[in-house]
Ligand binder design. Sequence first.
Ligand SMILES: C[S@@+](CC[C@H](N)C(=O)[O-])C[C@H]1O[C@@H](n2cnc3c(N)ncnc32)[C@H](O)[C@@H]1O
Length: 640
Amino acid sequence: MNAFLYGVIGQTYQRNSYTVRGSKSFVKPLKLFKANNITNTLIACTNDNQQVNPNPDLTSLLSAPGSLLLHDLETIHQLVKDMKEESFENQKEDDDSKIFGRTLTEQKFRFLQDLSGVIWNEKVAEALKHIRELTLTQFPYEEACMMISPEQGKFLSFLVRAIGARRCLEIGTFTGYSSVCIAAAMREDNESILYCLEHNESYARTAQREWTSAGLLDKVRLVLGDAMTALQNLAVEKRGWFDFIFVDAEKEKYREYYEISLALLRVGGVLCIDDTCWSGRVADEKYQDSETLGIRDLLDFMQQDSRVFACPIPIFDGMVVALKLPTTSHCDKSQILLSQKIIDVEGNIAVGKTCLVQSLLSRLETRGMTPCVFEEDPNHAFLAAFYDKPETFGFSFQMYMLKLAQQVVIKSQHYLFRDSSNVALIDRSVWGNRVFAECNYHLGNFSREEYEIYESVYNETQFQPDYLIYLDASPTVCLERAKKRGRSAEQGLQLSYLEALDTFHLQHLISTIFEGRVKVLVFNCHIFCTAEQILEKMRGDSYDCKLIWNDQSTERKEYLWFLHLPEDCYYKMAKGMTNEEWFDLLYSWNLFQTTEITDICLPWLTSQDQVTSYQYQAFKRLVCFALSASITVQFYKHIK
Ligand SMILES: C[S@@+](CC[C@H](N)C(=O)[O-])C[C@H]1O[C@@H](n2cnc3c(N)ncnc32)[C@H](O)[C@@H]1O
């Protein structure tokens, strides 16, 4: 007998009439599977299909993308040989709900559980079991079958853990089965979060109870309401932010969900789309209903979409997983790079960036990472011409440098994407470039119109390092170092230029710290800091901003004292204060005289939610003002 058993794992396509109608060889396995509550339904055919399959639905099913040749008959027989046949006779053959989604307890199928308990600990396993039972017994069959199968749940956990996801999103939560699988597998740190979009309040409440009993409530953020509205809101702030997105809501909107999900996903993130077989209907043109069309259109579209690498998975009712690829554009707003992999080293000319980057390079290598340095390498003649006549070449040179920096963004993205151990060390990025451009504009080397052009091109660039390491030294020290290294283009370097650059660097540094999106380490480099010191700080990292002094000199402390704020400042920030109150507060704390600074942290940067964006901005402005008032008066006089 030359028979094959085809199956879509866990699929409930079965109409028993098909499956028992064919060869006797697979009737027994089928019965045994059912008797043992195995969700898999096998669809079988002989080597000449017609004998088994007079029904056109089965033909289309077998040709559907989700169909999978599981085993030859002998393997199936081997698989079921120890199964018990008890109670099978009493089961109503086509009572789908009896078979659908039962928890698998048979030894043979223990692989469906997380035996190590590492990902699905006891609470999670219990919750998953409970959700299945509750959903199958308390919801009508048509609703209950919206829940993903246990195998899919495990697959979701697998994917999330495999990519180390911690920022996840689910579109369509229902009673919470898939969300528990995702949340349980997210990276175990405080930043891990799963956004769950669901518009049905009663489903959402059920899911919430399950998150609580699974011990996952603090990792899940429910967004109750229309998913598309929620997605549009997320797209304002969280483009390129998510590591993993699971799409499992209205099929008619799949194309729209796909597009917006892709924008929300980071490069290297994974998108998983459910129900892509849709009981085989997607493959059968006879079905033209809006849901089938929604899925079919998306699949057709994805085949041509070079933004992703997609793979169909014939599991339950089919899934497609898609990996978001890097593009060749620096200005795709959704191109946020892989997290924890970019270190941007910034600072004034000759402060010591290149030395530090080189020593970081070798240190990271000894720690099993594969770092690569990315830097702009400008044409030296052009650089010399710019130093010689900044008012003539200011704009063209800065535009040229911006272009080089944008290429660095693209190159580093591709590098990071290639291997998970890769780390990009950037020796001055677009961040530093902008500081130079702004400074040159203020020095009169750009016209206003030119500066606006620069800004518009700069604003197209999407760049988000994980760490910004700022090396700080006074302009005098930088000038000495520039002279020492003796680059010919830098021979005419003026102290006044370094002072101007210093001020703009510090202002940008403050803005960056206060935006709170990047971890900032500020190193006092009057004495060179070592790579070991920096790595040490990164390793023990629990702050969002650190100011680190590696010597006792006080010369520069006055520039940065304002970062050291008393504890109750955080509390007051959340209370809502006017600009004037803030100003008084700053004075009352006598901050302008503070000289004692050690490691500092700005804890509210991790919880921006407590602070309104107005307060945030107001605070930022005040600090900038304080800086310019107390430190840079001289500089402004100078440039005016
Ligand atoms: C297929 S079920 C999700 C099943 C769930 N992922 C699981 O494994 O248990 C789809 C869910 O999406 C929700 N939904 C459908 N349209 C929605 C919309 N426009 N906004 C928010 N939720 C929606 C439904 O209420 C339903 O709970």
